[in-house]
Design a protein around this ligand. Sequence first.
Ligand code: PNS
Length: 174
Amino acid sequence: MQEAVCPGSFDPITNGHLDVITRASRIFDSVCVAVMENRSKRGSEVFTVDERIAIIREATGHLPNVTTDRFHGLLADYMAARGSKVIVRGLRALSDFEYELQMAHLNRQLNPSVETVFIMAAARWQFVSSSMVREIASYGGDVSKIVPPASAAALQSRFPAMAQGRQKGAPGRG
Ligand code: PNS
């Protein structure tokens, strides 16, 4: 049984994440989507880890070999504790590459039995990120085409402006 771990912040899960998880679920026997609990970022996130996991569960409910979990501390330690040897990360534009390369090398150094596998999301999701989704939603923009329905619903209840529709670009005053 080959398990892959798909780690990330997932605040919230986007269609790009879901595409990568779906592709991984066709390659590996099981995929664990592991949400990082980041104590230093507390306050800047939109959803709690529990909320993010609930959204991921709903969004991946149709994928029988996908599970969810949470982790804190080093990913390399989490992989060792879990006995998993494959990290799956999505790669988008070239701008992701340097960060991902650094992380893959450092994780390998910290835990030599771990291999990082990169999966490219479909081209239409190349420019989708959770941070952009959060920003668009916070201004009342429509993100329903770039996130799963579970994320869209959660964002709508978190950002009332989004539910009311965008306040039409009122010009600034100075
Ligand atoms: O979705 P993200 O924010 O790009 O995911 C980044 C994540 C969670 C995979 C990365 O920050 C991580 O693994 N953090 C855990 C701490 C750690 O192991 N840091 C060193 C990585 S070399």
